[in-house]
Design a protein around this ligand. Structure first.
Ligand code: AMP
Length: 254
């Protein structure tokens, strides 16, 4: 395979930020809150850039669907080594309703338009924890999928994958074109260096609207309410293991 890879990069609230629910329970507070690239997307970008460095693919295209600020996320991907970006401009109410199905429709349309051979995504976004976009994109395109990948190697038109599954590792071989989702142990993403951040400013980001791709963003899903998780109770302190066992027995935990 020596073609083009699309990498989905989602802008999310930074993993280190303490999330606050809006007082009216319609969502979480995002104004004035630090955002970054979803950590699993960083792993997907790293993998794509590595494949390019090994000359196994020709071009890495970073795609982000969201408001204007999503371009910052694309710039980070460009500074990590992606060649160009596509910003799919989704804002306002459409952005509030943007879920895995809508993103998958956009990615599937772009894959056809760009004649991509591979779509690399994070296994999940840390904001909505959906873990659905890769699977839905593969289904819409009728492409094979390799989810939760912890090793990827290309062999002609085939991809050898190691998948992280419950209780072990699964080794599979799939045909290209394909969709792969990156798990935590696939690689360690590089930091964008200052020279590469400067170089990335010159790389191109195209902006398109979902309608330009023939994608209707209507959602069948309505978020009714977002609420804080229950307060955690303070943990108990014990001096010895014996005390711990007694306390656990009292609490009916053993
Ligand atoms: P999810 O299914 O929402 O957990 O997201 C899984 C992966 O899909 C993310 O790690 C991204 O690679 C991709 N993805 C989801 N939403 C977007 C978005 N708005 N823009 C670009 N990629 C996205």
């Amino acid at each position: 395979m020596s073609g083009r890879v699309l990498v989905g990069v989602k802008r999310v609230i930074d993993y280190a930020v303490k999330i606050r629910v809006k007082p009216d329970n319609t969502g979480v507070v995002t104004d004035g809150v630090k955002h970054s690239m979803n950590p699993f997307c960083e792993i997907a970008v790293e993998e794509a850039v590595k494949l390019k460095e090994k000359k196994l693919i020709k071009e890495v295209v970073a795609v982000s669907c969201g408001p204007q600020q999503s371009q910052e996320t694309i710039r980070t991907a460009l500074a990590m080594g992606a060649d160009r970006g596509i910003h799919v401009d989704v804002s306002g109410k459409d952005y509030e309703n943007l879920g895995p199905l809508q993103v998958s429709k956009i990615l599937a349309a772009l894959a056809k338009q760009e004649d991509a051979q591979l779509i690399l995504l994070g296994k999940q976004a840390i904001d909505d924890d959906c873990n659905q976009t890769g699977q839905m994109t593969a289904a819409l395109l009728d492409w094979p999928q390799g989810t939760f990948a912890s090793e990827v190697s290309l062999e002609g038109d085939k991809i050898n994958l190691v998948r992280e599954i419950d209780g072990g590792l699964e080794h599979i071989k799939i045909n290209t074109p394909a969709v792969i989702t990156a798990d935590l142990r696939l690689n360690t993403p590089r930091y964008a260096t200052l020279p590469n951040i400067m170089k990335a400013k010159k790389k191109k980001i195209a902006t398109v609207k979902p309608a330009d791709l023939g994608v209707d963003l209507t959602s069948r899903l309505e978020v009714l309410k977002v609420e804080e998780p229950p307060q955690r109770e303070a943990g108990m302190k014990v001096e010895t293991v014996e005390d711990l066992v007694v306390k656990l027995k009292e609490a009916g935990r053993v």
